[in-house]
Design a protein around this ligand. Structure first.
Ligand code: FES
Length: 104
């Protein structure tokens, strides 16, 4: 099964099982990672904001316009910011690293 790594707000690295087909938000919830996801993946909040490791960012599918619009509302936006509910795990993403923003 693929794995992925969350870097928590205090810098702790958490490597977790990341079943293909689940979103990064769903994976975070499965492992009690502090990623809110208030709208449960319906692109109506930005509380699932994560910052993708720059090495991994190009390997993800490009964000849709709707995701970009919602990301504009996120705090602490960075170049590789994405919405966790829109990143779907695949075998090719085994080892993916994302960081939680400092202010969410
Ligand atoms: S959970 Fe609301 S946009 Fe991702």
């Amino acid at each position: 099964m693929p794995h992925m790594v969350f870097i928590e707000r205090d810098g702790t690295r958490r490597e977790v099982d990341a079943p293909a087909g689940l979103s990064v938000l769903e994976i975070a919830h499965k492992h009690d990672i502090d990623l809110e996801g208030a709208c449960e993946g319906s692109l109506a909040c930005a509380t699932c904001h994560v910052i993708v490791d720059p090495e991994w960012a190009p390997k993800l599918a490009s964000p849709t316009d709707d995701e970009e619009d919602m990301l504009d509302l996120a705090f602490g936006l960075e170049k590789t910011s994405r919405l966790g509910c829109q990143i779907v795990m695949t075998d090719a993403l085994d080892g993916l690293v994302v960081r939680l923003p400092h202010t969410a």
